[in-house]
Design a protein around this ligand. Structure first.
Ligand code: NAD
Length: 511
């Protein structure tokens, strides 16, 4: 039997360092980009909108970090028109030129990593190490996509005689609509393959956390012809929906909630287009009777639940543990959660930041109140750092004990720093409970037996299953979309390039 120990993964390094690494002192991070705040990127130039709202620091909401514009219908139209006009030339530009644009963009963004991270912490609330990792991976996406495009995005011969040639053809104007929880990474993962494949893109960031995306696009802007890189912001119901519905937009790459994904998928009465949907999740972690519950494993479980204050589509949203290990796991998790110091992401002592916006904060608090009123025990742990702004959207980490599998706190995507822990007796029962959800994003199995891990993984209804960790795939070429109502089950081994081209066959006579 192959032995597995929990948490033996380099992927965990750096997430919860004792001393946060933010010696960078760029306090003027937002001042540097002030000129573009409250603006839209249309036809290669930033232009003002008639309305804008403040983007606030969730750790200190009186602090306005920047402004987000509300695009008018005419401005969305103008952005799509500019992208449409740029489509033919960009699609025909040599692949090498498009690859070079991404590589130069990565170099320029790397030089500004500290400033981007600081801006991101201030608008999003993540602690420094989490934010820095997001920014770093967002930049890495550009280089990985550029490398992958060089080898994969090329015409190739097909068939025994190789006389059918298959060409990648750009699909045309692409809308990238992204959420607030990891906006830069989730924008770059769609933007980079779309651009290098020859498509002009219009980005629509989330209104509560758009600034780092805007700053990154400003860094990239000079590298692309006017119209190839655009951004419109504002309410999703109008601005996002206008993009999704417009027949000139050929591909809609959406990352966000299942509810919005459903609206978007039904949004195209007047055109057949491609939807790439990455949606919500309610990931289970299954802790089997033989699991290794060393400090390392418990740390990995805590990380799976609490990274980004639980606001991760692929966070552990519930833990199903064999009854024989339930008391030990609850005890160890409680000890681990107790050590979490909550505060501003810019405070080097903070291990967890605030919730990102007031809406999410209220939803999490209301869910916990209903959970308690329903009879479950909510164990609130951890501590607030001295000196934290009392107006911040704080929520200490909680374990929920005594909930039943059908309870709301087990069934919904809570998107906050809490997790229900449920005992099970038989493996079949645990698998049935794990699959009893309309979501199917990720899952994890915690065991010392690789055979058990593989067998259970194959029965779990999830786009991907992790063993003894619950984070992500290190290799950015690889991604597995959610199944069921978490996505369209479109996985990728080529940094998502598959989604942004049509393959066209050209056959000679006799083929
Ligand atoms: P959301 O669905 O509310 O919003 C996402 C984006 O869609 C925002 O830019 C928003 O303005 C826009 N939007 C809202 N309504 C729209 C409409 N009717 N038409 C077009 N656009 C519209 O999601 P959120 O609250 O920003 O993000 C959290 C959700 O995202 C969670 O459910 C989380 O699980 C999910 N998520 C999924 C993944 C993944 O890869 N599967 C990654 C991150 C987040």
């Amino acid at each position: 039997m192959a032995g597995l120990r929990g948490g033996e993964l380099s992927i965990l390094e750096g997430f919860w360092e004792k001393e946060a690494d933010h010696t960078d002192k760029t306090n003027s991070a937002s001042a540097q980009w002030e000129d573009i705040f409250a603006k839209l990127l249309i036809g290669g130039r930033w232009q003002a909108a008639s309305t804008a709202t403040a983007v606030r620091n969730p750790a200190s909401p009186r602090e306005v970090v920047g402004w987000v514009a509300h695009a008018s219908a005419a401005q969305v139209e103008e952005a799509i028109a500019a992208a449409s006009e740029a489509a033919a030339a960009w699609g025909q530009a040599p692949l090498g030129e498009r690859i070079q644009a991404l590589q130069t963009a990565a170099t320029r963004l790397r030089a500004l990593e500290g400033e981007l991270t600081r801006l991101y912490v201030r608008e999003n609330g993540k602690v420094w190490n989490e934010a820095a990792r997001d920014v770093s991976r967002s930049i890495e996406v550009l280089t990985v996509v550029a490398d992958e495009a060089a080898s994969w995005l090329r015409p190739h011969g097909f068939g025994p005689r190789g006389t059918v040639t298959v060409y990648p053809r750009p699909r045309g104007v692409t809308a990238v609509i992204s959420p607030w929880n990891s906006p830069l990474l989730l924008t770059m993962k769609r933007l980079a393959p779309a651009l290098v494949a020859g498509n002009p893109v219009v980005v629509k960031p989330a209104s509560s956390c758009p600034l780092t995306v805007m700053a990154a696009l400003e860094v990239m802007r000079p590298l692309f012809p006017p119209g190839v890189l655009g951004l419109v912001s504002g309410p999703g119901e109008t601005v996002g929906m206008a993009l999704a519905q417009d027949p000139r937009v050929r591909t809609v790459a959406f990352t966000g909630s299942t509810e919005t994904g459903r609206k978007i998928a039904n949004a195209s009465p007047n055109g057949i287009k491609r939807f790439l949907l990455e949606l919500g999740g309610n990931d289970p972690a299954l802790v089997l009777s033989d699991a290794d519950l060393s400090a390392e494993s418990v740390e990995a479980l805590r990380l799976g639940v609490l990274r980004a204050t639980g606001q991760v589509c692929t966070a552990i949203k519930r833990i199903h543990v064999h009854r024989s290990r339930y008391p030990e796991l609850v005890d160890k998790l409680a000890q681990s959660f107790s050590q979490v110091a909550v505060g501003s992401g810019l405070d080097p002592r903070a291990r967890m930041g605030p919730l990102q916006n007031p809406n999410q904060w209220q939803q999490v608090r209301a869910l916990l109140e209903r959970t308690q009123a329903g009879g479950a025990e909510v164990k609130t742990l951890g501590s607030m750092l001295e000196g934290s702004d009392p107006e911040g959207y704080w929520q200490l980490p909680s374990l929920v004990l005594g909930a039943k599998p059908e309870d709301e706190v087990v069934q919904v995507e809570q998107f906050g720093p809490l997790v229900p822990v449920l005992p099970f007796d038989a493996l079949d029962e645990a698998i049935a409970q794990a699959n009893h959800t309309h979501y199917g994003l990720r899952a994890s199995v915690w065991t010392t037996s690789i055979e058990a891990a593989r067998a259970v993984a194959q029965r779990l209804e999830a786009g991907a299953v992790f063993v003894n960790h619950h984070t992500y795939f290190q290799d950015l070429r690889l991604d597995f979309s959610g199944v069921k109502e978490s996505g369209l089950s479109v996985s990728t081994e080529h940094a998502a390039l598959e989604g942004y081209v049509d393959w066209v066959g050209v056959g000679l006579p006799g083929d």
